[in-house]
Design a protein around this ligand. Structure first.
Ligand code: NAD
Ligand code: UFG
Length: 348
């Protein structure tokens, strides 16, 4: 490898020309959405560095050879990592992300998602990194007045998790107004599905997300799936969500990096969803069709803090990111998850 200013630089051979590979630092790249994004970045010929403490991640999901095991709150480690790899951009996935836990233990969430996130942002800025892409959430909207939800809808998070995501978005917006940095907040709706090649999957411990929970019941890993509330003001009485395939989220990150390179605006924020809503009962029916298993279902009480309906209006992202979800039906999303669950639990 050639040495430029005393540093080894990775070189890619593209179309007959030798050019330096761009490097992206991915925090939380051992987690569910981060690892799928790392795979997309590697496929686009980026050099990728993962920084992850493995607090909820999995080393087997780290697909890059450049893995720094450590905490985003460790300023010394951050400075050393930025010096060593000189990334063009940071994609920041690392966070705690269980809504119920954030209500019981808000300190844990403000500390990790805001305080440590700020340490990361300051270290990146001090190292001269001027592009920052942040995993935000539909949780910043709380219980929306209007659905589908546009980016300028009122932001009234109903739990500490959503508050931490909104707080960090505001920090980013202020930083981009004052310093020579640009940032993009990607507000995911319900991330779902897994790598169609079966290399990566979804493991949250405990798992609380609807699709894997239903499929774990199909796999016999749970006795039944409990529907949290059947008395919502929706056509079948169950809550409605916008499920977006994790690979479509991953592709949006690559698109956001391109957008930050070209944009005159310094702060961008986009809702990432398909724009289609599916009820909890519809999801369970789709899982029954895909698995061909009569999954045991119980009807229970509403889960505190769950809005009845969260569906994105994704039009702004379609334009601004020049991106669209490739998977818009629930069935192929569930199929990828089912393949993963079968692999994980050794089912034929
Ligand atoms: P995940 O738990 O699978 O991944 C999070 C990763 O961050 C893990 O690998 C964990 O080890 C790492 N991490 C956490 N704190 C860290 C720290 N202090 N230092 C270093 N590493 C740390 O979660 P996920 O579902 O992949 O979510 C990724 C991001 O997307 C999170 O920011 C989450 O809030 C956001 N998000 C997720 C969803 C969803 O439906 N899963 C929806 C909206 C937003
Ligand atoms: N649900 C059940 N039974 C279960 C699990 C979930 O009925 O066993 C219901 C929930 O009550 C909710 C829907 O299925 O109505 C979806 O629940 P998830 O837990 O899968 O997802 P949420 O919509 O609660 O939350 C997800 C992410 C959050 C993010 C939020 C909005 O987990 O990080 O979407 O983006 F903030």
């Amino acid at each position: 490898m050639p040495l430029i200013f005393g540093k080894e630089l990775p070189i890619a051979k593209l179309g007959g020309f030798m050019s330096k590979k761009e490097t992206v630092l991915v925090t939380g790249g051992a987690g569910y959405i981060g690892s799928h994004t790392v795979k997309q970045l590697l496929g686009k010929n980026y050099e990728v560095v993962v920084l992850d403490s493995l607090v909820s991640g999995h080393e087997e999901f780290v697909l890059t050879e450049h893995f720094v095991e450590g905490d985003i709150g460790n300023r010394e480690l951050l400075d050393e990592t930025f010096r060593k790899y000189e990334p063009e951009a940071v994609m920041h996935f690392a966070a705690h992300c269980r809504v119920g836990e954030s209500v019981r233990d808000p300190a844990k969430y403000y500390e990790n998602n805001v305080v440590k996130g700020l340490t990361l942002l300051n270290a990146a800025r001090d190292s001269g990194i001027d592009k920052f892409i942040f995993s935000s959430s539909a949780a910043i909207y709380g219980d929306p007045e209007k659905v589908p939800i546009k980016e300028d809808a009122p932001k009234e998070p109903e739990n500490p998790y959503g508050q931490t995501k909104l707080a960090f978005e505001r920090i980013l917006e202020d930083y981009t107004g004052a310093y020579p940095v640009s940032a993009c907040s990607l507000r995911y709706f319900n991330a779902a599905g897994t790598d169609p090649e079966g290399e990566l999957g979804e493991i949250h411990d405990p798992e609380t997300h609807l699709i894997p929970v239903v499929l774990e019941a199909a796999a016999g890993e749970r006795d039944y799936i409990e529907i949290f509330g059947t008395d919502y003001d929706t056509p079948d009485g169950t809550a409605i969500r916008d499920f977006i395939h994790v690979n479509d989220l991953a592709r949006a990150h690559v698109a956001a990096l391109d957008a930050l390179r070209g944009e005159s605006e310094n702060y961008l924020a986009y809702n990432l969803g398909t724009g289609q809503g599916h009820s909890v009962k519809e999801v369970i029916e789709t899982c029954k069709e895909v698995t061909e298993i009569d999954i045991p279902v119980r009807e229970g009480e509403r889960r505190p803090g769950d809005p009845p309906k969260l569906v994105a209006d994704p039009q702004k992202g379609f334009q601004g990111l020049n991106w669209k979800p490739e998977i818009t039906d629930l069935t192929p999303i569930v199929e990828t998850s089912w393949n993963w669950i079968k692999k994980r639990y050794g089912i034929n």
